[in-house]
Design a protein around this ligand. Structure first.
Ligand SMILES: C[S@@+](CC[C@H](N)C(=O)[O-])C[C@H]1O[C@@H](n2cnc3c(N)ncnc32)[C@H](O)[C@@H]1O
Length: 249
């Protein structure tokens, strides 16, 4: 590690491996294969309390003020639909690498443009978006830095970047990857990576973002009403929302 005046010039992420925590041992598939097969039941199984409830608690950004939004890892359009409900009337562009998820998003109609692509190299216009948002994709990225750099490339002056993450504590404590149950009843894991919150902070700061708000969602009564088996995780953090502002200074 290079050092400047006794301090590390570059803070490298620690990136613990999910395999150190895995208690399930499910067969693991890559992202496009996994979501391509999960798509028909995805909306029935993803819990709004994981991400949409956290987004609703944020005090920044002013959603309705977003003139141009990039929804990276847009999936079936859940996040986009939520943004529309929150008063986003501007242009909303979505990017995702799973064609079947994009097909659902197209049918939903919340986005103006949808394209198949990688959140780390979207091909979208540089410096054009005043909101970049990603919900529940961070655990699928081996390294967060390319994501935050791409979000920064897309950001217009004064832009915000909002990231909702699968909380590393929950992944470690539960030993549970992102997974779904396929038509045959088999539980299948989708490649999952553990990112410490400090890795988000280092990657975001390193890309030219300033952290302006952060919330953590815990396994509370709303969760337990849906998942009584999670009583053992009562009050454990399960998701986190980070709000970044473009650092222009
Ligand atoms: C859990 S879903 C979240 C979808 C949507 N944001 C939501 O909240 O419902 C994760 C999505 O991220 C997409 N994804 C994961 N890694 C990606 C990458 N590197 N580039 C583009 N999309 C990715 C998957 O295809 C999937 O649609």
């Amino acid at each position: 590690m290079s050092r400047t005046a006794g301090r590390p010039a570059v803070i490298l992420p620690r990136m613990p491996s999910f395999s150190d925590f895995d208690t399930r041992g499910y067969r693991t598939v890559d992202v496009a294969t996994g979501y391509g097969r999960w798509v028909s039941t995805y909306e029935d199984t993803v819990e709004d309390v994981m991400d949409l409830a956290l987004l609703a608690e944020l005090t920044v950004p002013t959603w309705s003020g977003a003139r141009r939004t990039a929804d990276l890892g847009c999936g079936t359009g859940r996040t986009g639909a939520w943004l529309r409900q929150r008063g986003v009337t501007g242009t909303l562009d979505g990017v995702d690498l799973t064609p079947q998820m994009l097909e659902r998003a197209r049918a939903r109609g919340a986005h103006d443009r949808l394209q198949e692509g990688d959140v780390r190299a979207t091909g979208l216009e540089s410096g054009a978006y005043d909101l970049v948002i990603s919900s529940l994709i961070d655990e699928h990225l081996p390294d967060l830095r390319p994501y935050y750099r791409e979000a920064r490339r897309l950001a217009a002056p004064g832009a915000h970047c909002v990231v909702v993450a699968f909380h590393p504590h929950f992944i470690m404590a539960s030993g549970m990857p992102t997974h779904f149950t396929d038509a045959s009843g088999e539980d299948i894991a989708i490649e999952t990576h553990v990112h410490l919150l400090s890795d988000h902070v280092a990657a975001g700061l390193g890309a030219g973002w300033r952290l302006v708000e952060m919330r953590e969602g815990i396994v509370d009564e709303r969760w337990l009403a849906r998942k009584p088996k999670w009583a053992t995780f009562r009050n454990h953090p399960v998701s986190a929302a980070l709000v970044w502002a473009r650092e222009d200074g």
